[in-house]
Design a protein around this ligand. Sequence first.
Ligand code: 15L
Length: 267
Amino acid sequence: MRRIMITGAAGLIGRMLRARWQARWPMVLVDRAEMDPPGPDETVVRCELTDADAMRAAMQGVDAVVHLGGVSTEAPWESIRDANIEGCYQTFEAARMAGVRRMVFASSNHAIGFYPRTARLDGSEAVRPDTRYGVSKVFGEALASLYADKFGLSAVCLRLGTARQPDEPGERRHLATWISHRDLAHLVERAIEADIHFEIVFGASRNREGWWPDEAARRIGYQPRDSADDWRDRVAEHANDRDPIARDLQGGIFCSWENTRMTGMAR
Ligand code: 15L
């Protein structure tokens, strides 16, 4: 029986996976924020990702880590550095020392956000991060590659699109980027179980307007069942859809924030 660690277990995706996996796998649930008390076969660990001792202790007996923890949007450098750079490093280090078999790293489409919406990407092209947050995801992907090649900690990096609550697209951009909770849970399960050394995989549902025709997703056995198309007529226009920078680029509004080159603002 696999024992799975979920970091960021108090977040939207962490809670969704926890609820689905309760009868399936023993879990170690890690977050700095408060979580529901442990059920049978669950261990709840409240700590910072940067707390190397706590992370090493929590990692004992873990077979696979789903690393969702850290800052999940753009933030001041200090927050990104602590949670997404140092915290990510300590998570990989604890996993290496405990002999973990598989790391599933929650990366993001913001690692490639400056590609135009006309581009079709498969993960083999150069990164174009759109934020400090996106840069931290590129760092995590690079760390995953290093630990796979040097220490045999096999890894799947999921460049996730948009997972939301409510579980439906909320702006026009999401018609390409949306991933349903059901598809996301299936994607993470395939990332845990696939026979893979290292892979970067985009995470979106079966959206007709999608930008990521993903061979790697097929290689790990991901078969999405939902589609943003079902909401096409119900998605109201959002301010982000009218932003002159956001509307042409895959990362959307993340590309606009603090942008002095395309807005002509002073640096
Ligand atoms: C992300 O990486 C964020 O974590 C999430 O909140 C969304 O903004 C998503 O990307 C997106 O691109 O829609």
